[in-house]
Ligand binder design. Structure first.
Ligand SMILES: [Zn+2]
Length: 616
């Protein structure tokens, strides 16, 4: 059956597995489980070596290296199989979450993955604690060599590693500790409802539906939704604050335990995960702080356009009023692909070809369906090394940008497809390089071809909104979380403390550009209650500014840009962010100058927005 060209396509994942019930999938799981048992057996032999990893005899060293290599190869292979199954199942469930069998299987596979990681833990620890000679011998194996960066990076944590039994205990207790707190947040967010007094009548809705009204063109609707969400959480603020206090308390206690050689700061883990140094984070924040007025200018201009003295927190996602007046029509899916492919082609024809290939291979899921999960993401099948993009394309500026964004992620994984898997794991700071780059490319093409002043205003409005988000909102979140951790070291914070702290943090960044601050943001924003990681904020601003910095090289490098861009992306899995920047951009991330250059580009977006506003 051929679909009309305007219908968004569904993806085709049958090359991986015919279905969730397929024997091929079960075979992969069985195979992975057998490999896991082998890893566990080898690890059991190695576990007694861990406490005296630095005092091996020659004989022990040889045996231990052999066993560690063998376990690693099994571990990697099992990981590929499990990841492939997990990707497949989560793709299935994204399209229709009601598939009970797939859901059960997904849970089972996740457990298997956790068991596998746990089985490999003694080897990870051994590699962290042992001497350089051991590591050198271990990494000599050609198939293990690609793990070099990862292993060396982990070894930086060696003087905060606890004895094997304690590390194991932390993982075990964590299931009913941080993981449960995170789950509690999710189930609260999924079950709390709020009453909305809308012009069309009162309605009781879930938080997700209420949040979707933050983009409503009517201010009264946005304000009603915003207040309703805040009040709904206000009724649960004791629980919400218990979640935040417990997550932070657990982490601080853990950092304390790990501080037996030198103090472990609460930013150390997020910095390590993001492969940047404190100096880089501070330099970035210093530069952003200097440019706080860029974000405030956006808000002042938006307030003028919306016809009010000041913007309110519920206006931050308001659509541009000009979008109703402009000539620009949201493209059909096929036209969106064409538009993005043409825009990508301006960087290099290969990039445009890539976009068309993603569409032709049916690697994009974009249908509109009642049972689809909200949101968008890019994932990849690690067996075939092929990317997939998931979203709902209902047509509109936001969806177009989302598609360009996710295709950027897909391009990133595509250019790494020939590299060994362990060399392709990039941190969140660098993960957004290609995606935001893709968005920027499309933004600029849209702007270049804008037909009317109203169109120009609509396009620049969207770009200016990003400036607000990355230069005010994310830094406010970072400031809140940082201050929260500092104060949490002394005592727990009450809901009232948290409201005050959030108000202060917003005040510090938004200044007088907002009519009021969002005091309940600590509860309404999921990011503060993620169990697996803290400080899920600064990497966003990093990704945005880093990507702009990369984009800025286009003019300077001209036809040398594309190969340099691909080379940069390919190094994101095996270098720190500082090294990637220094090698490919000749930039020093620990100095505010690099960030100032990117902020100047953000400043251009704000100026374009102001100019468009003057003309319309
Ligand atoms: Zn992204």
């Amino acid at each position: 059956m051929t679909l009309p060209r305007s219908t968004p396509p569904s993806w085709d994942n049958t090359q991986e597995y015919p279905s969730a019930a397929s024997s091929l999938l079960t075979a992969d799981l069985d195979h992975a489980n057998n490999l896991r048992l082998k890893v566990a057996e080898l690890a059991e032999h190695l576990a007694p070596y861990v406490p005296r990893a630095e005092t091996f005899t020659e004989e022990e060293r040889r045996t231990a290296v052999d066993k560690a290599q063998e376990a690693t190869l099994h571990y990697e292979q099992a990981g590929i199989l499990l990841q492939n199954v997990l990707t497949f199942l989560s793709c299935e469930l994204s399209v229709d979450a009601r598939q009970a069998a797939a859901k059960t299987l997904y849970g089972k596979t996740q457990t298997l993955q956790a068991d596998l990681d746990r089985a490999f833990n003694p080897i990870e620890l051994l590699l962290k604690l042992t001497d350089e000679r051991f590591v050198a011998a271990y990494l000599q194996h050609p198939q293990i060599k690609p793990r070099t960066f990862q292993v060396q990076k982990n070894r930086e944590l060696r003087d905060q590693t606890l004895p094997l039994g304690e590390e194991d205990l932390l993982i075990g207790l964590g299931v009913n500790g941080p993981l449960s707190w995170g789950n509690l947040y999710d189930s609260l967010a999924g079950s709390i409802s709020c009453k909305l007094d809308l012009p069309e009548g009162a309605r009781q809705v879930g938080l997700a539906e209420a949040a979707s009204l933050s983009q409503d063109p009517r201010e009264s609707v946005r304000e009603t939704a915003h207040r309703a969400i805040g009040n709904a959480w206000r009724n649960h603020e004791e629980s919400a604050s218990a979640i935040l206090n417990s997550l932070a308390g657990w982490r601080l206690e853990e950092y304390q335990r790990r501080s037996y050689k030198r103090p472990v700061h609460f930013l150390a883990a997020p910095l390590h995960q993001n492969r940047i140094s404190r100096a880089t984070l501070d330099a970035m924040m210093t530069a952003v702080r200097e440019h706080v007025d860029l974000g405030r200018r956006v808000l002042r201009q938006q307030a003028r356009i919306l016809g009010k003295p000041k913007l309110a927190p519920w206006d931050l996602f308001a659509p541009c009023p000009a979008s109703a007046k402009g000539s620009w029509q949201p493209p059909s899916f096929a036209d969106a692909i064409k538009l993005i492919a043409d825009a990508y082609s301006e960087i290099h024809p290969d990039m445009g070809d890539f976009v068309r290939m993603m569409d032709a291979n049916r690697w994009i899921e974009a249908t509109v369906g009642p049972n689809k999960r909200p949101g968008a993401y890019c994932t990849q099948f690690v067996k075939s090394r092929t990317p997939r993009v998931y979203m709902t394309y209902s047509g509109g500026m936001r969806e177009l940008k989302t598609l360009a964004h996710e295709l950027g992620h897909a391009f990133h994984s595509w250019v790494m497809r020939d590299m060994p898997l362990p060399a392709t794991h990039y941190p969140m700071t660098l993960a957004e390089t290609a995606s935001i780059f893709g968005e920027t490319v499309v933004n600029n093409v849209l702007l270049k071809h804008a037909q009317t002043d109203a169109d120009r205003l609509q396009f620049t409005w969207a770009q200016a909104r990003e400036v607000e988000s990355f230069i005010l909102n994310i830094p406010a979140r970072y400031q809140f979380e940082k201050t929260f951790y500092e104060r949490r070291q002394e005592s727990t914070l009450t809901p009232s403390d948290l409201r005050h702290l959030m108000t202060e943090s917003w005040q510090a960044w938004y200044g007088d550009a907002l009519s009021e601050m969002d005091s309940m943001f600590w509860a309404t924003k999921l990011h503060f209650s993620i169990s697996e990681l803290s400080f899920y904020n600064f990497p966003y601003t990093f990704g945005y500014l880093f990507s702009l910095g990369v984009y800025a090289q286009r003019e300077r490098l001209a036809e040398r840009f594309y190969p340099a861009y691909v080379a940069l992306l390919r190094d994101t899995g095996t270098m720190t962010a500082e090294d990637v920047a220094s090698k490919h951009l000749g930039a020093d991330l620990t100095q505010p100058d690099f960030w100032r250059q990117s902020l100047a580009i953000a400043g251009d977006s704000v100026a374009q927005f102001e100019a468009a506003a003057r003309q319309s």
